[in-house]
Design a protein around this ligand. Structure first.
Ligand SMILES: [Zn+2]
Length: 317
């Protein structure tokens, strides 16, 4: 029997996506359900089981040898549990055991969603060919992951690269995580929009106050919108420079909705990096936009499962 496929799950606060993925990262079968984010934990799990059940109905299911999960965090890969901030019914929820039971005992690899995106960008995207990379998702929150020495580095609990909660402003605003001045508190989409509005930016006639609307205003030259993106870019640059100085990355890949803002983000980001990444071994650091699209979470989860299958010693579960 061929076992050349893996099943992948991408679990977030709004949707649970699943796929059967081949060894080249091609998605052959898809399934998706909305996340019943306000429901109790077992109800959320039934939606995961429904996605797996839809995949299992495919004639290709018998070729799946493992399951990779990229989940909103925090996750605890060592315990096989998840506690996504946006899914309150799941606190230390035994997701790995549930998925293993639902799939007849297939091996399961769990990683955080930022780590999954990193795996995808390293396998097929902007970090391909880079042995030491930081990949970031800048959207509603700020997440990330690291590739070190040519390998994905999930860390003991699957959360390595959580750059959104590095403090870059010692006396900055309190962050929901409990710290203050975090990268996310300055650079996430909602915080870019919040700061622009607080400083007098007025939305257009459509009333759109999203970060994408602030980006459009910045491209049109609105100085308050430009300033809010510049502030976000400086926070990202400080976090990236700290990471590069600690572990010698040579590329930082920035994706997510805010990453799509283009030069209103990347121009001040590159400028700020010249101020913060100053030591000889980090000056060559480059910043690049992400290349993987909305399937990055699924492709990265599949990459983690394929690694488990071919190199069990590298697996965290
Ligand atoms: Zn924080």
């Amino acid at each position: 029997m061929h076992t050349d496929l893996v099943a992948a799950l991408d679990i977030g606060g709004t949707k649970i996506a699943g796929a059967l993925v081949d060894g080249q990262g091609r998605i052959l079968v898809r399934a998706q359900r909305p996340t019943p984010a306000e429901a109790d934990g077992d109800t959320v799990m039934r939606s995961v089981e429904a996605v797996l059940g839809e995949l299992a109905a495919s004639p290709l299911w018998g070729r799946a040898s493992a399951v990779g999960i990229g989940s909103a965090g925090p996750v605890d890969a060592s315990a096989g549990t998840v506690s996504p901030v946006n899914v309150p019914g799941w606190r230390d929820y035994p997701l790995v055991a549930g998925v293993r039971a639902a799939t007849g005992g297939l091996p399961v690899e769990l990683i955080g969603d930022g780590v999954a995106i990193t795996a995808a960008e390293h396998w097929q995207g902007a970090a391909r060919g880079h042995d030491n990379a930081l990949c970031m998702v800048v959207s509603t929150g700020v997440g990330g992951g690291l590739v070190l020495g040519g390998r994905l580095h999930p860390g003991p609990t699957g959360n390595t690269g959580h750059i959104g909660h590095i403090s870059v402003d010692l006396d900055g605003d309190p962050c929901p995580c409990g710290s203050r001045g975090c990268v996310e508190r300055i650079a996430s989409g909602p915080n870019i929009a919040r700061r622009a509005l607080a400083n007098g930016w007025l939305p257009g006639p459509d009333g759109d106050t999203s970060a994408a609307a602030v980006a459009a205003a910045a491209r049109a030259g609105d100085p308050v919108a430009v300033a809010s993106f510049t502030r976000a870019a400086r926070a990202l640059a400080a976090g990236i420079a700290a990471t590069a100085t600690l572990v010698e990355i040579d590329i930082a890949v920035v994706g997510g909705g805010v990453g799509k803002a283009g030069e209103v983000l990347f121009a001040p980001l590159r400028q700020a990096l010249t101020e913060y990444a100053t030591l000889s071994f980090v000056r060559r650091l480059v910043v690049a936009p992400a290349r993987m699209g909305t399937d990055a979470g699924l492709v990265g989860a599949a990459a983690a499962a394929l690694t488990l299958r071919t190199d069990p010693a590298a697996a965290g579960v």
